[in-house]
Design a protein around this ligand. Structure first.
Ligand code: MRU
Length: 350
């Protein structure tokens, strides 16, 4: 994807230097900085601090952390131990365990002396798959967007499920990029997404392509829907149950309720790697409860243009990062294999 006029991925490998490079998302949209490391624990920290964030790219970052962990030690015990540590970095997005477990299993099937190079090659393919799958999500999801020549077609999105949340293309934003490429007349309502303001990342991505968009506070969506200013909602997902329930950034559920009340189609875009076959009805995983400072401490530019933190008074805070949208509120799930009704997902695995 483009930043200015240059093409980037969110994360990439420098195989020669045996390093991993990534865009530091904690500094966006104010500063664009690339970090690089040859150290596995730096990538675990990057996931925890959300320098790298968004379910699909967390998975890739975790996979790369395991690759780097093989630098001086390719023993089975070390690999199993490191894989566990990496998976624990963030609990909710299933893509992390999905990717790390895949790398672990494949690497352990190799003779010890072959493991390190095998891991680099294997994860390189996982990254290519991520790029291909998300591109295809864009092609599939774009079929929901009419040309809307006269009047713009209004799409609301929550959080950031753009290319920054993946290796490239994004999930919920991929159909939007595709529609824009085809010259469709669209306008995007971008939820701010407190407390981490991922909406600013979405706005920043849309700016790079001059896609018309408007940032809104998280509570504005309901009134916009009531006033016929939203034609379609597309969000991403951090974990999807095999029965079609969707765990995504907190606030998604409220948007789904409002969309249902106003008969607005509500779609979720995610690769199949976001489907957790062990998640059926009951929530059997942790909903990440993040630091209270995320709520009481804001970060941004002062009027003078320097980056500053400002603090609210210290009060009791709850900061659950995700919620569950029941399948009944979801019109369809856009994947690389097509668009499915929530109750059709099971059939993919049968
Ligand atoms: O906490 P984050 O920023 O890692 O949350 C993930 C998200 O960006 C969203 O929930 C997104 O919709 C799913 S990831 C494509």
């Amino acid at each position: 994807m483009k930043v200015g006029n240059q093409e980037y991925q969110t994360i990439w490998m420098d195989q020669e230097a045996k390093k991993v490079c990534f865009i530091d998302q904690t500094l966006l949209p104010f500063n664009f900085e690339i970090k690089s490391t040859d150290c596995s624990t730096d990538l675990i920290t990057a996931i925890q601090t959300m320098q790298v964030r968004g379910a699909p790219v967390i998975g890739i970052c975790g996979a790369l952390a395991l690759v780097l962990a093989l630098k001086n030690n390719t023993s089975t015990d070390h690999i199993i131990d490191m894989a566990q540590k990496i998976i624990q970095a963030r609990p909710t997005a299933v893509n992390l365990a999905w990717a790390v477990n895949r790398v672990q299993e494949s690497v352990l099937s190799q003779a010890e002396h072959k493991r390190e190079q095998f891991a680099w090659d294997y994860v390189s393919e996982l990254m290519e798959d991520d790029i291909r799958n998300n591109y295809q999500i864009g092609i599939n999801g774009n079929t929901l967007i009419p040309p809307g020549k006269e009047k713009p077609f209004n799409i609301l999105t929550h959080c950031n499920a753009g290319w920054l949340a993946t290796v490239d293309h994004g999930t919920a934003l991929s159909p939007i990029f595709q529609a824009h490429k085809e010259g469709k007349n669209i306008h995007i309502w971008v939820d701010e997404t407190r407390p981490r303001n991922q909406g600013l990342l979405t706005a920043w991505e849309l700016q790079q392509y001059d896609i018309p968009h408007t940032l809104i506070v998280d509570n504005a969506g309901g009134a916009l829907m009531m006033n016929d200013q939203v034609d379609l909602v597309i969000v991403g997902a951090d974990r999807i149950s095999i029965n079609g329930h969707v765990c995504n950034k907190v606030g998604t559920y409220l948007k789904a309720l409002a969309a249902r009340a106003h008969q607005i189609p509500f779609y979720v875009a995610a690769p199949l790697s976001t489907i957790d076959q062990n998640f059926k009805e009951d929530v059997n995983f942790a909903i990440e409860d993040r630091d209270s400072k995320e709520v009481t401490r804001l970060y941004g530019l002062s009027d003078e243009g320097s980056l500053v933190h400002v603090n609210y008074p210290q009060v009791k805070v709850a900061n659950p990062a995700f919620d569950i949208t029941p399948k009944e509120l979801i019109s369809g799930i856009i994947t690389e294999k097509g668009i499915f009704k929530p109750n059709e997902l099971k059939a993919i695995y049968e």
